[in-house]
Design a protein. Sequence first.
Length: 610
Amino acid sequence: MSDRQKVVRIGGASGFWGDSSVGAPQLVASGQVDYLAFDYLAELTMSILAAARLKKPELGYATDFVTVAMKSVLEDVVAKGIRVVSNAGGVNPEGCAEALRALASQLGVQVKIATVTGDDVMPLLPTLREQQPAVAELQSGAPLPARVVTANAYLGAMPIKAALDAGAQIVVTGRCVDSAVTLGILMHDFGWTASDLDQLAGGSLAGHIIECGCQATGGLHTDWRAVPDWAHIGYPIVECEMDGSFTVTKPRGTGGLVAPQTVAEQLLYEIHDPAAYLLPDVVCDFSQVRIDAVGEQRVRVQGARGRAPTGSYKVSATYVDGFKTSAQLSIVGFDAVPKARRTGDAILERVGELLQARGLAPFSATHIEVLGAESPYGPHAHPAAAQMREAVLRLSARHPDKAALELLAREVAPAGTSWAPGTTGAGGRASVSPLIRQYAFLLDKARVVPVVTLDGAAVALPAPLPAVAGAARAAGPHEARDGGAGSVPPTAAADEMVEVPLIRLAWARSGDKGDTSNIGVIARRPEWLPLLREQLTEARVGQWLAHLVRGRVTRYEVPGIHAFNFVCEQALGGGGMASLRNDALGKGMGQILLALPLRVPSGWLADAAS
């Protein structure tokens, strides 16, 4: 088979640290994969792993990769010649590799293991604090914090390619961009170089599609009822070709759904400008990507374009900013919702007075939510939700002093005998944890030196290509790139207009990057896109989400898949572990937007039903 006809099959075996144990065994047993790609590192996972390594120097990696995933498949992986790439190394890739070697010895198999390090830039921080211009946070412009816990550059795919070229059967990395574990495989197998920009963009998109596991095969799909057999949902497989195009599928006989709409939702997940998706190896333009069904549970993706990368790595740092706690109580019976709210107010009032009496400062932030009463919907909550006869009070707070939050945690349980009838479900006392914030900044690539080691021997890396000035430039967010100009199609203009929720017209999915949320919206029919463009404006979306979003809302067009991507800044109450919200990662924001009412010709509804 020529390289032009060659197909490389990669299974996405994990979407995060904590994903199901069934992924790797399912993919290996399918006989449909040449490689397994594992993604474990969410943005705050590095700080968790750093804390683990401080307690035990041999830790600091995603232990599940060794003790669960590889323990279940290592013998079969070696026997079948399947190669594995994983970012499970966290802050200790060498420790992860040593644990894998011990497992291989225990199982009686021989395996070549490579590590990729060099992403840890903590040693550079003293110099960075002194440099001019000063380091600035990407979103806020804030200076580098004093108490940094971790600082890791998002490396690219080239070190992974080098490790595989050198003969590694398993590659363990520290922090790299999520899609790099897939792109590195494709660069190795197809021989792509740093100048094959369109192919690199296509390979990066393949990695982006499978990096969140079952989110590509029907997980979190808007039309969840259409996704069969959740218990046996198939993990994603990409069948990749030399030109950067690929087909998305899943193991035969598994549950889930691979369809253009499920893949489109994942394409837009956690990206900002789809025409300028910045990665270490390439600046990707996904705006003209096409997604087409090509068979049962098979979707073809093509049309990604690439430009030269910038000269910077993104660095994700974390720092400690005081402490936080969250506690819950259940309230049952008539008026459960107002009883819950009054309970929360009373607890905060009492503890506020106790703090003052003890000479402690007030809470730096508090947040009361009543789960079950549609709290995330704010002014759009259904009136009937306020009449629920079972509700959960969720009370959260921040404070620079741990003792203040421990006092709050002690004062939650007394509500069970003091105030609202039907109070129950206090459980154990809420714990107090460090409040970890994220801090992202750019760092010149020349200051970061990736290191590849194969079973103790150094592997040489090629010199990087020089960055191209202006590589990240792209069409502006408001430019319509499909030439569509109208609003309502002329044939429907005379129809009676009716109001429907957005969910009748589109699919949507939301995700997070720090304190920014993005919501991808895909028209259910291409001909509906002009009306969505007219009514689903930045101003309208910003107004609908104003109770959650404090910053700017920017709309980007993705005409290849008849979609928009809305990027909402200052949207998550600080984001991640810094947020006091129940939905700290904005997973529900897409659902809230889908309730937005739009006016459409009545004939559309009849057409959609036919």
